[in-house]
Design a protein around this ligand. Structure first.
Ligand code: OOG
Ligand code: NI
Length: 396
């Protein structure tokens, strides 16, 4: 056991490797990292929620096509100390997917490496065109998104209860391959167009060799300043920052992104390769605030719907007295717990703004199906409120 690498160290290595890969593949993401580093440095360190972990903090997002792929990814993430937290029903936003966020769930794990991966699974049953659904399922069943050695490595790690230095290096390299970009599509141009017409998200999920990472998101301490800097540096930032307005006492999270790039792709067409394009990958930044209790979340939803946040107290003491956010005891008083998750509404906004013009909400007659999602996952997801509440209780 003593030679085993800790799960947190593995997670950090994977997060760094992914960041390096994405910087090479999407240079604008490198610019974003520079901006965030500059902004975070210029912000008074006393205001930092937890400055120590900031520099290495990020989340990514992937979209997978089958239950089997999701279950394998869940097993690998488990080895990296990342567990599924929350169930996100994106059908309410007209998207044929449902999601969870893999992340560390312990205070120690979050401190060591707070890497998260927002992971979505296609719901073919929500594709109402039967021919198209069959085509999508066929394309998904024909592909293998994992490097040939990954499964053997995974099984070995699971039975040994961990891995040593050499195995760690190899394991991370093979897992990384799953999230690379592919310049050649695995479906024809005709098929791609058919998928895209139905939903751009469907085209993104089924047309390629694998579930390319579609964005990475570093954490900034001042998103308004970072947004300004993005524009100064020529990155086409979105018009609005998603989430709550700017406040003295930040809550949940606020996010903005630069628009997804249109990238050249080769599609097979009557035995020849034909040039086409696909729009998927972008860069995003986020500022994290306090985790809200169910009561706080309800008030937040209400304020968001009314586009008026004046009813949400912008004062830590009031928020604590009214039970709106989770707090831990410190030597001098109380500190809010950082929100470690995602916003369904925000996620939907991000999806829409990055899938091109046709990415508007489609009408979907759908309901949540957490049971099916958990069956695909091979385990239940954590209830995020229970996690925050435990964390708060342990620190009273
Ligand atoms: C995931 C969108 C969710 C966020 O930050 O809200 C997300 C996706 O586009 O696949 O990453
Ligand atoms: Ni994101």
């Amino acid at each position: 056991m003593k030679n085993h690498i800790s799960k947190s160290a593995l997670r950090q290595r994977f997060s760094d490797a992914l960041s390096t890969l994405y910087r090479e593949e999407v240079p604008a993401y490198g610019t974003l990292l520079e901006i965030v580093a500059e902004v975070n440095e210029s912000v008074d360190p006393d205001q930092a929620v937890d400055a120590a972990r900031l520099g290495q903090e990020r989340h990514g997002a992937i979209r997978v096509g089958t239950a089997k792929d999701l279950s394998i990814i869940a097993r690998v993430f488990n080895q990296l100390g990342m567990e599924p937290v929350g169930y996100y029903d994106l059908s309410v936003a007209g998207l044929p997917i449902h999601s969870t966020a893999f992340r560390p769930v312990t205070t120690e794990g979050l401190e060591k490496s707070p890497f998260r991966m927002f992971t979505s699974l296609l719901r073919p049953e929500l594709i109402d065109d039967e021919g198209l659904r069959k085509k999508a399922e066929a394309a998904l069943s024909e592909r293998n998104i994992f490097a040939p050695e990954l499964l053997t490595q995974l099984e070995k790690i699971e039975s040994n209860g961990g891995l040593d230095e050499d195995e760690a290096e190899a394991f991370i390299l093979s897992f990384l391959k799953t999230f690379q970009w592919h310049e050649k599509a695995q479906v024809t141009w005709e098929a791609y167009k058919g998928f895209k017409e139905h939903h751009p998200l469907l085209a993104d999920i089924v047309s390629f060799q694998g579930p390319h990472i579609n964005h990475l998101t570093p954490r900034t301490l001042d998103i308004d300043l970072a947004q300004e800097r993005m524009r100064e540096r020529g990155l086409e930032a979105k018009d609005v920052i998603e989430g709550p307005p700017k406040r003295k006492c930040p809550i949940l999270l606020r996010q903005t992104a630069f628009k997804a790039l249109s990238e050249d792709i080769l599609f097979e067409d009557s035995g020849e390769w034909k040039e086409g394009s696909h729009t998927a990958r972008f860069g995003e930044i986020e500022q994290r605030g306090a985790a809200l209790t169910p009561k706080g979340r309800e008030l937040y939803d209400q304020c968001l719907a009314n586009k008026d946040f004046s009813d949400f107290p912008d004062d830590w003491d009031l928020m604590r007295e009214q039970g709106l956010a989770y707090f831990r005891k410190t030597k001098t008083g109380f500190a809010a717990l950082t929100y470690e998750d995602f916003l369904p509404v925000s996620a939907a906004g991000i999806f829409r703004s990055n899938l091109g013009e046709d990415g508007e909400a489609h009408a979907l007659k759908a309901t949540a199906n957490q049971e099916a999602f958990e069956a695909a996952l091979g385990r239940p997801v954590h209830d995020m409120f229970a996690l925050y509440s435990d964390q708060a209780k342990k620190n009273q």
